[in-house]
Design a protein around this ligand. Structure first.
Ligand SMILES: [Zn+2]
Length: 343
């Protein structure tokens, strides 16, 4: 997503940077240009120069300064001659955390050129300086996408709700995690298959018109309430729950399942199953397994629950834990979801 802003002097500012999947890195387009000293804010309450992480005073230090700040944005002065890859904005969506890394910064730069501006979404800010890199960590009170623009030697950072960025919002919910392994059979744990496939699906589905968020992106325990909070906060259109199946009785069941839960469209679930089957060669197993996806149930959001193979079947277990097969399935699910939107 790209937006163009213009400032009062008529200089075009390029706004970029909508992050969907946590961990994606954006480069900021830092230009040159000296910063005029008379516009520098007093350092009081901003930063005391210590190298350890410092909490910055949000309310006191971040007053809006006309002609210097842009309403609703945090102003981050950049060192003179900062190169296009001298800063990165990294978002950890599930922890409501945004970190700006500015490289090749003189040690005292931010005591002499403090951050300024104001954003009503910010609940905490922390600064630290390590080996020439300044890090500004920002906590927000909701799930928000960072947007940045650069002009005249300053980086402006603001926040927008995912709904303002994306026509469609999906939550990919890898089942289980942490001390809940899910089904475990033939040396394969369901939580691992679910996470790998989910990470790939989020990567495949995420684009300018699809905001895609993961309930978990690591092997961590996560309750249904916590998952539902994320789903609700995002106002997700649908949840895609990723699991693997088990048949401990016969151990011969095999294939992919896809179910429409909590008001989801069974036709779309059928398309997902067919797409995965065609892409991977797995049969479609007619499933009606409503296990999992409790987060979607609590949030009251439609859910497509995909079961990628039966771990109790040795051939399936080997097949679904293979990265290439997981990628094929992820692409097929993403394609089926996109196709369903055109109907
Ligand atoms: Zn499961």
């Amino acid at each position: 997503m790209k937006r163009i802003f213009s400032d009062p002097t008529g200089v075009l500012l390029v706004l970029f940077g909508v992050l969907a999947v946590s961990g994606i890195v954006l480069l900021c387009l830092a230009g040159g240009g000296a910063i005029s000293r008379e516009r520098i804010l007093p350092a009081e309450g901003v930063w005391n120069g210590s190298e350890r992480t410092e909490e910055l005073s949000v309310n006191k230090a971040f007053a809006h300064v006309p002609d210097y700040d842009i309403e609703g944005f945090i102003t981050i002065p950049l060192p003179e001659g900062a190169s296009p890859d001298s800063c990165e904005v990294v978002q950890d969506i599930s922890h409501r955390k945004t970190t700006v890394f500015i490289r090749d910064v003189p040690k005292d730069f931010y005591s002499e050129h403090p951050f300024s501006g104001a954003s009503g979404d910010v609940t905490g800010m922390y600064y630290r300086y390590i080996d020439g890199t300044a890090e500004l960590e920002i906590l927000t009170d909701g799930i928000l996408e960072a947007e940045t623009m650069e002009n005249n030697g300053k980086l402006y950072l603001g926040f927008v709700s995912p709904r303002e960025c994306f026509p469609r919002i999906y939550v990919v919910d890898p089942g289980h995690g942490g001390d809940d392994p899910g089904h475990t059979s033939n040396g394969v744990m369901e939580k691992d298959v679910a996470l790998q496939l989910s990470l790939m699906l989020a990567g495949e589905l995420s684009d300018e018109s699809h905001g895609v968020y993961l309930t978990r992106s690591e092997d961590v325990s996560m309750g249904e309430e916590e998952r539902s909070k994320l789903i609700r906060d995002l106002e997700a259109d649908a949840v895609i729950g990723i699991h693997a199946e088990a048949d401990p009785v016969t151990r011969v069941s095999s294939g992919v399942t896809a179910d429409a839960l909590y008001g989801a469209d069974p036709v779309i679930a059928g398309s997902i199953a067919r797409a995965v089957s065609e892409a991977t060669g797995l049969d479609i197993f007619p499933g009606n397994d409503t296990e999992g996806c409790g987060g979607a149930l609590i949030a009251g959001v439609p859910c497509y629950r995909v079961g990628f193979g039966f771990l109790t079947n040795k051939r399936d277990a080997t097949f679904v834990s293979d990265g290439e097969n997981e990628l094929s399935a992820a692409r097929a699910i993403a394609d089926a979801i996109r196709a369903s939107e055109e109907q």
